[in-house]
Write a protein that binds this ligand. Sequence first.
Ligand code: AMP
Length: 415
Amino acid sequence: MPFKALNLSDSVLRGVQAAGYTDPTPIQLRAIPVVLGGGDLVGSAQTGTGKTAAFALPILTRLGAHRRGQPARVLVLEPTRELAAQVETAFRDFARFTDIRAVAVFGGVGYGVQRSELKRGVDIIVATPGRLVDFLKTGEITLKDISILVLDEVDRMLDMGFLPVVKDIIARCPKNRQTLFFSATVPPEIAAVASFALRNPTRVECGVNRSVNKSVNHAIYPVAFDQKFDLLVGLLQQTNFDSVLVFSRTKHGADKIARRLKDANHSVAVLHANRSQNQRIEALNGFKSGKYEIMVATDIAARGIDVAGVTHVINYDVPENPEDYVHRIGRTGRAQAVGDAFTLVSPENFSDLRDIERFIGQKIPELRLEGFNYRPIVPRPAPPEGQGQQRRGGQGGQPGGGRGRQGLRRFGSRR
Ligand code: AMP
């Protein structure tokens, strides 16, 4: 079914066309009619599935045109500044043939620009909870006219300790409203918020979050802890990458990796929560434009960000939280592209890796970089019969020996 058949307004359809989309993704097909019909919705969709347009397009159609001198009618809550900025940009892009106005409201930057946009009058506010509360206190934002409330990435709101303030914000919106609720997982705390916020919601599930995006090839590279950086450099050298996202568990680790990569003559951006908002914007924009070929990031900073054309994700550290594995590697292979995602694993993290494999319900193939001078490590315990393709052999009894060439061909052969 083409977008045309979904009853979106003509001006929104033109925005979709200008964005270069031809066919709706599965979540768009399922969510757009529900949102257009005014119903509440609970959506669980993997990142990269087109979730943003699934709510933005029908919302813009429902709003119709800018309402001068009236308070905002749509509030979208996002857990991070990057997501707020990204979702607001998507709204603006899709709304470019309308006069609808959107503003992003988030902390870490001055109040001035956001304040003057609010004064000018907006229809849509895309906000992180903290800065929104600041503007509610000063009376510069009122929620009394909100008719559509979007709670996005609610599980991350929980991780970041935002749930109490989110509940408060929900309670300040009119009861008679439409609510759209997106969360990859629904633990009991989130189920409680959902039942408080929603009325007879339609459930739309597109790919449960445990599953790894099918367009991503992923693999692990076992390596001694103190050889991780050398292996990273080796992988980068032997790869035709266009843009690589490298994940570190810690902010300090991210800075250190970036420093060493710069010393090795790579152009590198860094994204983590200790950087100023301006530094974060510069890093993200530079990475998007190709100024930086590599971006080193931590999980919170990178959650949900959309960078078209990320060709490789390298987990320098195994994520602590199995769910973050799915999110991290979801940064590549977005929409219909194909991406490669690799995880460096030292023996201290074999048990974390086991947790991830249990979580995603599959064994991650093991690879070895041809020609790399591996130091011996304790091999990974063998999986039960019939699972995975782990083999011993190669230099120093390194696990995964023998698959290196095959892996490298895949790693470097995409473009
Ligand atoms: P999202 O899951 O909303 O972060 O979207 C993931 C990526 O898919 C973004 O780069 C979108 O621009 C892109 N996208 C969303 N919907 C479509 C579509 N129908 N056709 C092609 N690309 C899309």
